[in-house]
Design a protein around this ligand. Sequence first.
Ligand SMILES: [Fe+2]
Length: 364
Amino acid sequence: MKTAKHNRDTYLFVTTYTNMLRLSLMAPSHNVLVVEDDPDQRALLEAGLSQQGYRVSAVRDARTALHRLALESFDIVVSDLGLPGMRGDELLRHIRNVDANLPFLMLTGENDVKTAVQAVRDGADEYMMKPASVASVAQHISSAMSRRSKTIADDRKLKNADMAEVRAFLTGVQALVNSLETKDKYTRDHSKKVAAFAVRMAREIPGMTKQQIREIRIGAWLHDIGKIGIPLTILHKEGKLTDEEWDTVKLHTIHGAKILEPLSKSYPEVQRIVRHEHERWDGNGYPDGVAGNDIPLGSRLIMIADTYDAICSDRPYRKALPGEAALEIIQKGAGTQFDPNLVPIFEATYKEFPCATTTSSLPQ
Ligand SMILES: [Fe+2]
């Protein structure tokens, strides 16, 4: 009796230990979310995949799946297509709206092939016909996850390469801005100041994303880059410009947008911001005469920051004016030259950028 019990205990110990060892040697325990309405299939997948070393959560419908996804982190979703209520393809679309990279394996009945193929087009990594053995589901999970992580790594490499290119381009452009500004003592550091103030105002606008702020910073900083294409005889002319010379100056917005073409992939808004930085709220600006909210937000912010810095700086024909004078001019122009919704933000922030002469120091 004693020997039999001892043998049984030893057997249990060895089996448990062997199972633990087997699990620890298997694929790292990834979190799998199984979405399956059929209770037998669900139980089978849950037990089978757990045995394969995965940590499995199994739910019966898409809404519960979305709820779990909002609360926990999963490495892959394995979902039936023909779920009651929200179908598997709809679940996939919801997931893709918030996570472009979460691996998704679709299980489908024989008649659903067309929809399943569409699901793969919509962002599912794989689809499998039911009934599927646990071993083949596990194999598909593993291949979907490794393909996905390769794609993520490739994307990251590509993005890093893109960013390195953008940084190199911006360094070159910075040299151009510097050369443009050092030629004219009245505009020294003008771009930096306009960028700092435009970004400060942008931060007051609810819902701005990091990308939008970055594009406004770059756009404001490079807003006059197109002046490189304008003859210095016109740019530095003392006295009134002829109509023809004035038309040439106006072209700096178009030249600027063209120069910044290499940024179009990483910062698509920058070109638009620069092209439209002289548009007026009432549509009487240039180069396109667009009005109101059709003018990019960054351009509307630059219009205020640029005007403010110009009023606050010495000019060949006058000394810098005080902040109160700038406030009055900008308030007067609300709804004609300036976006009236942005003027209150200007009023609330301009004192952080005190008016001084060309050597004024502003937050960078
Ligand atoms: Fe300009």
